[in-house]
Design a protein around this ligand. Structure first.
Ligand SMILES: CC(=O)SCCNC(=O)CCNC(=O)[C@H](O)C(C)(C)COP(=O)(O)OP(=O)(O)OC[C@H]1O[C@@H](n2cnc3c(N)ncnc32)[C@H](O)[C@@H]1OP(=O)(O)O
Ligand SMILES: CC(C)C(=O)C(=O)O
Length: 562
């Protein structure tokens, strides 16, 4: 990089529009969408689509709901020519869909394009020529007037060729190429001349497409350019104004949205932003931005993953895991505070209410994604995420202090391994820590006799103690009190129950109880034990044993550390 970039790169001049209105506009409806996947997208592929892939893409675009589809550059390649012929001859174009083809403003290419379109019920003939100063100077070596003459001559030719084929319903589209880098007054002059040459009227409008062939300015400057152009065209009412943003500065989406505010009625782009260099504007992104603003885009992305895999197949290019709305990771939170907020918001959410989900701008279900990947656990995660996964996968509703305790256990694993823990691995860790069979005591069976007169119970619990079966007996006001009293005697120090939580998992005959008991052995620290069983008393006794085993292990660890 050089020290003074201004010696090499010219800053893009602002338009100087002081009475701009676009910043105060609000979008209330989608634009006309035109997919250029089969043309601009295709011309940017390492391996352009073959016939079979083109057809797959066309059918996908139709299924998504595009009503205008640029199907190719038939004068440029036999593949594109044959593909357009197939669509027409095999009657593959639905009645509400119009195909569009691109051609340079060159006679042989225009004639060949009409040949390709012979017999089409409807078609948009899209022609372009370079207008930007560098292109006029370097490519055409022409003055402004000569470039206008080139455009007008070919516009007339197109109109004549169309008039000679009245069976097709024709629409004309003109692009001053590199509108984004062309002087505004020159774009206006050439557009005015072309609109007149095409004979467009308010009842028979042409499309004027303003391409950011290379994105050159900040999106606010682009919006000023669009508003300026819209205001200064001589025949604005005879024109459908369209944009064709590329993403060279990474602001293609913003540019398109600002252009909509500035008055354009149509957007050309590609699915997931395929296209030349950094891509065409991503229509999925634009459409779902509208959707999350409460406006139906008129395109259907209900199964976005299926669309992605078909696009990846056709383009032979992967979609990035962080790509808006579709990437593999875009509905996933790893970080603790995000997970905590999501977990709480899911718990607070009422069916049918407005979507107010922290860190999830769209309900994944709306685009066919599940809640499964919403929370994933690694060393950046906190108790909320861990608890969320145990709740979602196993129906466990851990009390807050147990969440904190278990999150510490998980954190020590993630810190040690440095990698993500899957939901299955998380369950194994939970199982080993609280439900495992490795501690000093193991529950075997119990017998409970209730004395309704005294309100006391007589409890016998059969346990394995380090491999030997023993029976512990005690009385109490309930099974927990009785068992804790028996264990206190057995262990020679008091066992104190600090807290108790219990809930059902599942329903009906298969319902099970999950019991969480926070207890203290002697003067040791308080620890949780967990029990799960179809019998609520067994679940409680198992939870006490789980807690005692953990307390004994902690005592041993504390002694060996001392
Ligand atoms: C910004 C865009 O995406 S525009 C679309 C671009 N897409 C493509 O180019 C993909 C398909 N293109 C092709 O297959 C070929 O480029 C074709 C068939 C269109 C033309 O092929 P060729 O005639 O061999 O020319 P080539 O590809 O070298 O293009 C350069 C020529 O086109 C001329 N040209 C470029 N744009 C235009 C235009 N809009 N109108 C008239 N002439 C033009 C140039 O002046 C140059 O002419 P020259 O050879 O007399 O100097
Ligand atoms: C032909 C035009 C619309 C184009 O693809 C571009 O300028 O990017």
């Amino acid at each position: 990089m050089i020290q003074d970039p201004s010696s090499k790169y010219r800053r893009f001049d602002p338009v100087g529009l002081t009475d701009r209105t676009w910043p105060d506009q609000v979008l209330t409806a989608p634009p006309i969408w035109c997919s250029v996947d089969l043309r601009d997208g295709n011309q940017a592929l390492i391996e352009p689509m073959d016939r079979e892939r083109k057809l797959e893409m066309f059918e996908l675009l139709v299924a998504v709901g595009f009503k205008q589809i640029e199907v190719g550059f038939p004068s440029a390649s036999q593949t594109d020519f044959d593909f357009v012929r197939d669509l027409i001859e095999q009657d593959r174009i639905p009645e509400d869909v119009t195909i569009q083809v691109l051609t340079q403003a060159r006679e042989p290419l225009i004639r060949r394009s009409f040949e390709a379109l012979e017999g089409a019920p409807r078609a948009i003939v899209h022609f372009y020529n370079a207008t930007a100063p560098v292109m006029r100077r370097v490519v055409f070596k022409m003055e402004r007037e000569e470039v206008i003459e080139l455009a007008v001559t070919h516009a007339r030719m197109i109109r004549e060729l169309a008039d000679a084929r009245p069976a097709t319903d024709w629409t004309f589209q003109y692009s001053p190429e590199m509108y984004s880098g062309t002087e505004l007054d020159f774009s206006r002059d050439i557009i005015d001349a072309v609109v007149e040459a095409l004979g467009s009227t308010p009842d028979n409008r042409c499309i004027i497409n303003l391409p950011s062939t290379v994105e050159r300015s900040m999106p606010n400057v682009f919006a000023d350019m669009i508003e300026w152009t819209g205001r200064h065209l001589q025949h604005r009412d005879s024109v459908i104004l369209s944009v064709h943003p590329h993403n060279d500065r990474g602001t293609g989406t913003a540019a398109a949205e600002f252009a909509m505010l500035a008055g354009i009625e149509r957007v050309e782009g590609c699915l997931f932003g395929n296209g030349e260099r950094t891509g065409n504007v991503d229509i999925v992104n634009l459409a779902l931005n509208l959707y999350t603003d409460g406006i139906h885009p008129g395109l259907d992305f209900s199964d976005i993953d299926a669309i992605r895999s078909r696009v990846e197949y056709c383009n032979q290019l992967p979609v990035h895991p962080r790509h808006p709305y579709v990437g593999e990771l875009v509905y996933t939170s790893f970080s603790g505070s995000h997970q905590d907020a999501i977990k709480k918001a899911f718990a607070a959410r009422e069916e049918g209410a407005i979507w107010e989900m922290p860190y999830l701008p769209i309900d994944p279900m709306d685009v066919g994604r599940s809640y499964e990947a919403v929370i994933r656990v690694n060393s950046q995660s906190g108790k909320g995420g861990v608890a969320y996964l145990l709740e979602r996968e196993h129906g466990l509703d851990l009390p807050r202090r147990l969440q904190i305790e278990f999150s510490g256990v998980v954190q020590s694993v993630t810190d040690a391994t440095g990698r993500e823990i899957t939901a299955a691995e998380l369950w194994n860790i939970f199982n080993d820590e609280y439900l495992g069979e490795t501690g000093d005591y193991r529950y075997r069976a119990h017998q409970l006799v209730e004395d309704s007169a005294s309100g006391h119970v007589d409890l016998k619990v059969q346990v394995d103690v380090n491999g030997q079966t023993r029976t512990l007996s005690a009385q109490g006001r309930g099974p927990i009190e009785a068992f804790v009293s028996a264990l206190s005697e057995e262990l020679g120090e008091p066992v104190t129950v600090v807290d108790y939580h219990e809930h059902a998992i599942g329903g009906g005959a298969d319902a099970r109880a999950a019991t969480y008991i926070e207890l203290k052995l002697g003067a040791g620290r308080t620890l949780f034990g967990v029990g799960m069983n179809g019998n609520i008393v067994t679940a409680s006794l198992s939870a006490i044993i789980s807690g005692i085993n953990r307390a004994l292990a902690a005592q041993r660890a504390d002694r060996s550390a001392a």
